[in-house]
Design a protein around this ligand. Sequence first.
Ligand SMILES: [Zn+2]
Length: 375
Amino acid sequence: MLRALRQNGALSRGEITARVGLSRTTVSEITGELLARGAIKVVATDAVERVGSGRPAERLALDPGSGQYMGIDFGHRRVNVVVADAAHDVIASGTARYDESAQWPERLESGLALIGRLSADTGVHYGALQAIGIGVPGWGDRSPADGVAELFAERFHAAVIVDNNVRFAGLAEALHAQSETVRDLIYLRLSDGVGGGLVVGGQLVRGSQGYAGELGHVTVVADGAQCRCGKRGCVETVASVPAILARCRELGAPVDGVADLRAQVEIAHPAVEQALREAGTAVGKVLGAAAMTLNPSEIVLAGEVVTLAPPLLQQARATITYELSWLTDAVPVIRPALMSDDGGALGAVAALFHESPLLDGYEANLTTDGGRRWP
Ligand SMILES: [Zn+2]
């Protein structure tokens, strides 16, 4: 019904009935619900075209200002928000920054202020929100974002799902891939930490406890550097942005932040090249093993460092290709992320469109987890 309204603009109930092949009673019930929740509105009557007597029929249309789905991604330094209408089109989006040291109350306040600002700036309203998808760092019980779901559910009277923001970003990559819908994809993001997400057989995979895709803590260096997870030598200790920067300095390159890194990549500083090759090799080995496990059609590497320091992706690609060299037709497309920083918020919204074939069964998984809710 919503698709018919999107394609045709305003329609009367009779015209909707003719297009969607449902009974008049059913159409009347559904339009009643859609009107009540503000997804559609009465825009006119067909009185002008009408011949003969009888009450003019109302014409119904999507309400262009009615936010129906909201995706929020709380990162370490910023929050992104996207709002989609009933037809799943994004009608508002924005970003607010906070300091890395900001605690959760401050981050939430910042997110809520952004949501308010988006409404003021674009005229989008949230009175009819159906569902909110919230991406947070961390997984399941280990997420620092306790109580976030309750807060948003109460504030907006909408269903809320909370999941890892990197996983949501992986879903967004699968949905926005240039090829047809990608059914098998491994996503790895290199930033302050290293996190991943898996789309397997057309489904976003959470695993039995919600930790699927946690590739950042696979051990790649025996007795390597201490990782924040408590182990030593994880991928994260070699390929996270802080780890890469530290390794550059150790090898003698003057690199304080990613801007310096970019400058040194441009002049091909050998120490920086080496650090990037080491990171790319570590990432490539783990992704090569994951590719042997899952046989994906695409591997996506995300994170600012991937775009500004090409030797890293080159090396990862070379290592993955080597790992799979005995199965040359198994080498997947290995590419940088298409989504910029708002991938997590877009993925969170996508996760709400449960009719997406990529999410078959995903909703069922969510309802089994006490930390997530669908009414
Ligand atoms: Zn670790």
